[in-house]
Ligand binder design. Sequence first.
Ligand code: BDR
Ligand code: CA
Length: 315
Amino acid sequence: MRRSIIIDTDPGVDDALALVYALNCPAVELRAVTTVHGNVSVERSTRNALGLLELAGPDLDIPVARGAERPLNGLSRREADFVHGAEGLGETPVFAPRRAPDPRPAWQLIRDEVTAHPGEITLCAIGPLTNLALALAHAPKIARQVAGVVLMGGAVDVPGNITPQAEYNLWADPAAAAAVLSAAWPVTLVGLDVTTQVVCSREDFAQLAQQAPRVGGFLAQAAQFYIAFYEQAAGIPGCHLHDPSALIALSHPEYFRREAMALEVAQDGEARGRTRRASAGVGPQVEVLTGVDAAAVKRAFMLTLCAADRGPVPS
Ligand code: BDR
Ligand code: CA
């Protein structure tokens, strides 16, 4: 079944990999992109999203709507420029996109698409969850109208990455995360429990650049900074495929093991953004991915991205 999706994103190197995966995966129809603060400012994430779509899908006219510039409740921000580079895409030349963003704010585009196509749209959020929380606050009925919600975020049984306890996307806006995880819509959480098992090496990116010099070459160049961070900070021979794993959980759910549980998100202090199992019977159940066939995920990623220069399959 082909899934119609909206990606909410803060590109970011792994966001870029996920966007290009979504454009080129026949199981997914990318309807719209919304941008959010996170790895970089929302100005940069919007520019990067527009530039990436022009690079990887020049014949497509997928709307990109700019979203929230800060988390709910006036919480502090911390960009992940030390992971993704000052402009978000490593040390690649900065994009100057031809297209302008959609005039609507992100939450409104999400609301409009979901209400116009009830039961059809899956929201795939691979950044902080502010836009999804705002869409819910403005139009609570969308919770009953989406086909599903897939989130890259959280760390349930493993340590965090921005703090010892918290994963970056949930840390960046814990109030939004709590609202999204407790709404009455079907959520799949693709967290560090599985994404840290999927590693892509310098050799993999060299192969990508060779097979798809235009799009894959750009991504391989962007990934150099990201890989250098992981080699140094995590001591692994390559980088984690966080955001692409969320897309692959949509296109290939059979590669993952899952467990239903209710989750609590810590709101402040040292534990800010920590995701823990809630006591039995507290809150709606979330489908948490707890295991992964990492080799199969990487194979799907490489196969799809190595074909990126041929361009997206028309719908
Ligand atoms: C998440 O944090 C961001 O830096 C990445 O883009 C990904 O969405 C991983 O914790
Ligand atoms: Ca991201």
